[in-house]
Write a protein that binds this ligand. Sequence first.
Ligand SMILES: [Mn+2]
Length: 290
Amino acid sequence: MPFDADQVMETFASATEENQLDPLRDQQVIKLPPEGELWIAGDIHDHRNNFRKLTMAADLGNNPQRHLILQELIHGDHYDEKGREGSWELLYRAAELKCDFPNQVHFLFANHDLAQIHGEGIMKAGLSVCEAFTAGVKRDFGDRTTTMNVTITEFLLSIPLAARTQTGIFFSHSMPTDDQMDDFDFTIFDRPLSGEDYLRRKGPVYQLIWGRNITPAGVDRFLEKVDAKLIVTGHQPQEAGYLVNGEKHLIIASDHNQGVFLPIDLAREYTMEQLVERLTKFVAVDLPEE
Ligand SMILES: [Mn+2]
C-alpha cells in the first residue's frame, strides 16, 4: 500500500490552513450558524468503519446545510506485527474531507492529539501509543518521516477547542475537573494560544481536554462561564455509546459498534431528553460493504 508523501503532506497542509481560516471560527471556537444541521461524533480512535458510515451517511456533497464535527481520530487498534500503529491514515482521510468540504467539516482538539504533539503521555498495555503512531508514520514514509511528523503536528495544532450552537449547546472534548474549575482560564476560547496554554497539567488547554469525572455541579459552573445551556463531550469511554451526566452534560463515544453520533437541527432548542432521542447508533447505520 504505497503512499505519496508529497500528496499526503500537501493535504495536511491545506487542511491546516482551512482549519485556521474556517469562516465559522472565532479564535478557538466554531460558532455554528442559526440554521442547517450538525452531526457530531465522539472519540473515533481509528474506527474506520464508523468513520466510513458517518461520512457516507452525512453525504456532505448533497447536503450543503449539514456540518460535521469530528474528534480524537487517532490512536486505535490497527497495529501491525511489529507494534506499529496506523491511525495517521484516518487522520489523513479526515484532512481530505476538510479540504473537500472546508465550510462543513470541523474538528475539536482532544488529549490524544496533544499527546501525539508532545510525542508522549499515553500508554496502553505498557507501550506508548504515541511512539507506535510515529513508528507507523515511519513505516509508511521512511526518510520523509521527520517532515511528515512536523506536518501532522501543525495540523493537530490548527484544531479549535470548542464549538457552539446559537441555541445554547456547547461542544468540547471534555472539561476541567471540578478542582481545576475555579482557577480555570476561560479566556483560552477567545484569544490566540501559546505554548504555555498546552503545558502538561498546568495549561488550560491540557485541563480542558484531559478532565474526567466532572460532577453535575462542575458542569453547571462551566456552562455558566461559557454562557451555554447544555454541553456535549467525548473523552470518557461509554460502553452503551453515551452517558447523561446530571441534567446538562451528554457524553458520546463513536469508537465501537454500539457507539453513537448526534445529528441535530441548528435552528431549534433542545432539552437533554430531546438530545438523547436524537442519538443514532452506528450499528443502526446500514451501508453496503466496501
Ligand atoms: Mn480523550
